[in-house]
Write a protein of this length. Structure first.
Length: 322
């Protein structure tokens, strides 16, 4: 069924069941409201559920997908401004996403997010063309949680999922955010990641972290599967690719730690694969520098990668002087 609800106070869906889950032409369910509650529903074969919600989303005891013909299956709690606005609270419990296909199976932009006893089983999430992608990053994820202050994941399971070249979970700032202090913490407990697969046969990473966001793990297992982190990050606990902080770099895959930039060089961004030499007229003698300091007065540095400024002779004019 197609449901386009105006900006009402609350949307409540209870005991909804799609009567023809094998129909490829089933349309998307679209809801626009301040609060959205979904309880004991079965959206099998519904091509997508879009909830444009201002305040709260609660999903309980429901199931999504189970159709080999689905093009895009997912729950999208978004405010009217799809790129920047956030739902205040999203809570999903005792819910299953199984045999789904498409882009970013569960995509949430919210201040506070909790997933409890949520299972992701036998889904096939492939990379997609730019005509389908909502963001500039075309890599598909099972779960994408953006812009949050707190993200809680408890007693969840990821098993037998297949991805193109993507990974299981992405956490980070909301798209278009320019605030360098935009950050949040994900708390993950009693959650299992069995051997999910990419098309190449490699094991997808459970977590990809963007910006200043972090993940705290407690009793999390990965089924004796190994994961390889890309350059610019290091492998943490065998489960997380943690981006290198500013001032640090990693130029090999699956690094166990990021290396500090040596004196005479700097890195002013995260996830760096190389450090940059200080330009002429600037120096740094510190390890893990995020910037170089300009030489002052009659002190100069005539080469790149300098660690200290030298004094000009009395008959010389500093090259960095105006």
């Amino acid at each position: 069924h197609n449901s386009n609800v105006p900006n009402s106070g609350a949307c409540v869906i209870v005991s909804f069941t799609n009567t023809n889950p094998g129909n490829q032409l089933n349309p998307t369910l679209v809801l626009a409201c301040r609060h959205l509650t979904i309880d004991s529903c079965s959206f099998l074969g519904v091509s997508g559920l879009y909830g444009m919600v201002e305040q709260q989303v609660h999903v309980f005891n429901s199931s999504f997908c189970r159709s080999s013909q689905l093009k895009l299956a997912g729950l999208y709690p978004l405010s009217a401004d799809r790129s920047h606005s956030l739902v205040r609270t999203v809570s999903i419990a005792q819910t299953t996403f199984q045999k789904c296909k498409g882009l970013d199976l569960l995509s949430v932009k919210a201040d506070n997010v909790s997933l409890t006893q949520v299972s992701f089983l036998d889904n096939n999430i492939d990379d997609v063309s730019s005509s389908l992608a909502k963001d500039t990053d075309l890599t598909a994820f099972l779960v994408k949680v953006l812009g949050f202050d707190t993200f809680l994941m408890d007693k969840c399971a990821f098993s037998d999922n297949k991805l193109g070249t993507g990974n299981l979970i992405e956490v980070g700032p909301k798209p278009g955010s320019s605030d360098a202090n935009d950050n949040g913490v994900a708390y993950v407990s009693d959650t299992s990641f069995s051997c999910n697969k990419q098309n190449s046969g490699a094991n997808p990473l459970p977590f990809i972290i963007e910006g200043n966001y972090s993940v705290d793990l407690n009793n999390v297992s990965h089924g004796n599967c190994s994961f390889e982190c890309p350059t610019g990050s290091y492998n943490r606990d065998g489960l997380i690719c943690q981006p290198c902080s500013a001032g640090y770099y990693a130029n090999t895959t699956d690094a166990v730690s990021c290396l500090p930039c040596p004196p005479g060089s700097y890195s002013n961004s995260t996830a760096t694969t190389v450090c940059f030499a200080c330009p002429t007229g600037t120096v740094t003698s510190a390890w893990a520098a995020v910037a170089c300091t300009a030489c002052q007065g009659r002190f100069v540095s005539v080469r790149t990668g300098g660690t200290e400024c030298g004094l000009c002779g009395l008959d010389e004019i500093p090259s960095n002087s105006n």
